[in-house]
Design a protein around this ligand. Sequence first.
Ligand SMILES: CC(C)(COP(=O)(O)OP(=O)(O)OC[C@H]1O[C@@H](n2cnc3c(N)ncnc32)[C@H](O)[C@@H]1OP(=O)(O)O)[C@@H](O)C(=O)NCCC(=O)NCCSC(=O)/C=C/CCCCCCCCCCCCC(=O)O
Length: 725
Amino acid sequence: MAQYARGSAVAVIRLRNPPVNALSLAVLQTLEDGLKKADADPSVKAVMICGENGKFSAGADIRGFSSPKRLGGALGPIVSLIESSEKPVVAAIEGVALGGGLEVALGCHYRIAHVKARMGLPEVTIGLLPGAEGTQRLPRLIGVPAALDMITTGKHIPATEALKLGLVDEIVEENTIEAAIRLANKVIGQPLGPRRLSLKPVPKVPNMEAFLDEALVKVKRQARGCLAPELCFQAVRAATQSPFAEGVRRERELFQVLLSSGQAQALQYAFFAERAVRRWATPSGASWSSAAPQPVRRAAVIGLGTMGQGIVTSLVKANIPLVALEQDLENLNKGRKAVMLLLQREAMKMEGGAQILDFHNPAHLQFTVDFDLLRDVDLVIEAVFENMALKKEIFHKLSKICKPGALLCTNTSALNIDEIASATNRPQQVIGTHFFSPAHVMRLLEIIYGRHTSPTAIATAMQLAKALKKVGVVVGNCFGFVGNRMMFPYVQQAVFLLEEGSRPEAVDQVLEDFGFKIGPFRMSDLAGLDVGWRSRKDQGLTGPSLPAGTPARQRHGQRYSPLPDLLCEQGRFGQKTARGWYLYEKAGGRTATPDPWLHNFLSQYRDTHGIQTRFIDQEEILERCLFSLINEGFAILAEGIASGPEHLDVIYINGYGWPEHRGGPMFYASTVGLPRVLAKLQKYSEAHPDVPGLRPSAFLKKLVAVGNPPLKEWMSYLSQQSSKL
Ligand SMILES: CC(C)(COP(=O)(O)OP(=O)(O)OC[C@H]1O[C@@H](n2cnc3c(N)ncnc32)[C@H](O)[C@@H]1OP(=O)(O)O)[C@@H](O)C(=O)NCCC(=O)NCCSC(=O)/C=C/CCCCCCCCCCCCC(=O)O
């Protein structure tokens, strides 16, 4: 609702819809009523619009977009109504003014903001554009380059930047509402024409067309198949080419295109999924609603390799004092140097960074080789390399040294949390925290509870994720947890496709065209082929422990491809050795070039194993890779490793470069239709009976049998059926 109050010559309209004053139809109705009332009341000389509880508005109620009938172009005409008011209207912006909220403010004649307020038009991030005339007013106010940047990226800007851009007239450090009322009183009677943005011309940019053409190339490159950025661009371009009213018509057309696109639904699903996973629960009944986190006043990181360096950087950025520990002085000095470099780079990106990131102060960041300094920390993150024996040794030591309440976290991408916990005297305080590389950049934190992990430990790890500005997703303990477990069959299919006739660049291209940031082979070259090789050796799948006489392309009766092992045996570890699935310009180089040596090697390999090379089309590449990954997702849900499909989707979007406009793998499966996913898996499984990853999961079959229910109902079928699965 919006609340109308009139105590003086200034009428106050307060947007009110907790927690973020989203603009529902009811809020809009009362806003409209308030404006009309103020207009009709001769004692009212000016109007001030603000939001309840220190927040202006986070924009249109996103949940309303799922029933487009009800939207009916509701907001644009109200923004016009504000602008055409004969009495000055002042927006008092506190907290956030986002999307439709900022568009309301753009309709006002004056905008005054609190210094801590943030503003933005983030519609593009939920697959839309600012459809309440924002694409036409913003360029008129702050110019095309700045408006394009805000509208096509959706970034939030602080009030100080908004002032520099001319988006607000004034910023205040104290009471914004009082300041806005003062301003409203001051401007009573002043001409409003120059304050009406729809009447202003779009400021000229020298060589506007060339500027726009260049901007479009950049927008398209960054969009990677997502429609909204380009349509946002087109709406702004319309502002530069047409009068206001025509630009608004164009904006509406483009808005409707986006609203009915599947992409907007996927992105809005992703928005709510990210919030839904905060409400974690485990099969034993522990949950966010009853578990309280314990404070983390001081932390420690063990191991200053690539992961440890990123984790330390993240903790410093979150202002958590910490001790960084290495096994010896040589590694400590190497690690310290790398961390300092990372922190300097991060500080340069931040306004006032060097002061904010106080990393030269040993009270905030201390480097040591002395385990004893870990006695009084509240939380330890072990980030040494993936070796069970080493990790157990460290945890055994930690359980002797650390104070009783300290939480012991292991950064692992696959190892058994229970086994690591068994080395301690406090398994209830051991938890997996799987960071993604680079750890100070990637948003995902997979949080893995073991058999004995306490609800407090989970709540504390989730709280840590929040402090680090990461998305924490709580999952159960199994090999590879959720993310990597789903990745195994995907990568396996990619390699099988090479055996059968494809090439790395063809497979990568299909998956990158689908929207992945990087295809499986480029990804593998980046991560280093030796990582998987070491793990396969540990599992006895290759290397000296492989029993003599094991067939080259079979393990435990299942199809196995030795191709990645053969590359490693040739010293081809990917980017670090300048050769892997591709060729690179130098060791550590980034530019992947298809490698004739590899093509030849693949042909010889097929000849050796009597494999007939065949042409594999894009559809088969996409389906085999994606559907096997999705199939594993259904198995994970059935086993209770994750409490809902949203968890899997949030993990894939934030940790594995899954295109957000496709909503995550499980959402994607729901849009393809589960019967189709099942039919395709059945087809491929019949063709490859020795590949368990293609054998449809019982849960998927069940969902198809009950009539392909919507994703939000999937888990209810699991509880009815779990005993029969
Ligand atoms: C920065 C935030 C605002 C706050 O972040 P944070 O403090 O971390 O809190 P969160 O956990 O993110 O959010 C708290 C809860 O609030 C929910 N939320 C947040 N924003 C919205 C929203 N816009 N709509 C609905 N719900 C919202 C959030 O889900 C949390 O609840 P829960 O935990 O999930 O239960 C941050 O939240 C943020 O960035 N929000 C999104 C901002 C955004 O994207 N805004 C743009 C929205 S689109 C828009 O404005 C488009 C305008 C174009 C034209 C529109 C024309 C039609 C308008 C009419 C609308 C009619 C709707 C009909 C519905 C009806 O009446 O029934």
